[in-house]
Write a protein that binds this ligand. Structure first.
Ligand code: FA5
Length: 342
């Protein structure tokens, strides 16, 4: 009986000495420890032995099994170390003090303007919020006072999902969420990507960015709106900017306005950017409609507020003098690299 174990031990040592790699080691493990391996075979054959023989054989085999397991693990570790040492030898060593050959990336012009605006508004106490791009019809339209079949929906056709949700057409889709999250008083901006089924041209894209802002408190009036807009635009263009309000219709504000800025490039004299009119239409805005406040859980008898929906993409175009909106989504690095600022 002893000789049988001795023979197995010798066979194991012989085969272990011949192991070259992880694959060979695994084969050896299966040959000895596997379900149909030598050790299992011997263990099974113990059923036919008498009790004394079984006890003796059991002891030898358990010791042998432990030894096999230990040696396999040890050899596995050695092989792994060998592999890593070889890999290290092959590794190309870089001199990190050498100048970088590949060009550095740069932030997208829209990201640059978005971050700048976030900083300006944060410094004025506004929270910066994010919202989904796929939204419900309720958030995009109903919650901002645009019920089903309202003609204002025609101007904002978009892409619908099979489950009835849609790609948001305006950052106003987050108004209800913001009002419910903060209640009153509230000061927040929420930039975001918007989608519309548009005929694409130099100033219209199917995918573009807006930055919405809202302020709700007691006694908020249009003068607060004008103050914040003027301060923000003067920071962005690094000079005093004159603004004017024209009446504009949006179902979620009453009264509603189009805020124009006096052309920062020609000072209002007239140039190609302002199409020689001296003013540039930049930001629809107005006093939040009482229905919208109410749907957001805020008492319109007690609170008032303003909201604006800045065309972030258009602002970036203006800031960097980009003549065609299509450059911005083109992924064409040669085109985008012209607006490198960092
Ligand atoms: C709105 O989307 C309103 N939600 C804005 C608003 C918010 C009004 C809060 C009142 C209170 P409008 O559809 O005009 O409004 O879009 C706002 C701005 O988004 C536009 O002035 C323009 O700068 C930009 N914009 C709209 N459509 C496109 C487009 N297809 N491509 C690029 N920019 C666009």
């Amino acid at each position: 009986m002893n000789s049988k174990v001795e023979e197995l031990k010798a066979r194991f040592q012989e085969q272990m000495a011949a192991v070259q790699d992880a694959e060979g080691l695994e084969k050896l493990r299966i040959a000895f420890l596997g379900k149909k391996g030598f050790i299992t075979d011997v263990m099974k054959s113990m059923r036919d032995m008498n009790e004394e023989e079984r006890r003796e054989m059991g002891k030898y085999m358990n010791e042998f099994k432990g030894e096999v397991t230990r040696q396999l693990a040890e050899e596995g570790k050695k092989l792994q170390q060998k592999i890593e040492a070889e890999k290290l030898k092959k590794d190309v060593r870089y001199d990190i003090s050498l100048p970088c050959e590949s060009p550095l990336g740069t932030l997208h012009p829209i990201t640059i303007v978005q971050r700048e605006l976030e900083e300006i508004f944060s410094s004025m106490g506004f929270a910066v919020e994010d919202f989904a791009e796929v939204v419900t019809e309720y958030d995009n339209f109903e919650a901002v006072n645009v019920p089903k079949h309202h003609p204002a929906r025609d101007m904002q056709d978009t892409y619908y999902l099979d489950n009835g949700e849609l790609l948001k057409t305006q950052t106003s889709a987050a108004q209800n969420f913001i009002l419910r999250k903060y209640g009153a008083p509230c000061k927040a901006i929420f930039p975001g990507r918007c989608f519309r089924n548009e005929a694409v041209d130099a100033s219209h894209e199917t995918t573009f960015f807006q930055m919405e802002g809202m302020m709700v408190d007691t006694d908020i009036s249009i003068s607060n709106l004008i103050y914040f807009m003027k301060t923000m635009l003067s920071e962005v263009f690094q000079k005093d900017i004159n603004v004017r309000l024209r009446p504009g219709f949006f179902p979620f504000v009453e009264p509603g306005f189009e805020l124009d800025i006096q052309c920062p490039f020609c000072g209002g004299v007239g140039c190609a950017t302002c199409k020689h009119g001296g003013w540039i239409e930049l930001c629809p805005c107005g006093m939040i409609h009482p229905n919208v406040l109410e749907m957001g859980g805020i008492d319109p008898e007690k609170y008032t507020g303003f909201a604006f929906g800045l065309g972030l993409t258009r602002l970036a175009m203006m800031k960097f003098g980009i003549s065609d909106i299509r450059y911005l989504n083109s992924g064409n690095l040669k085109a985008l690299d012209q607006f490198r600022t960092l």
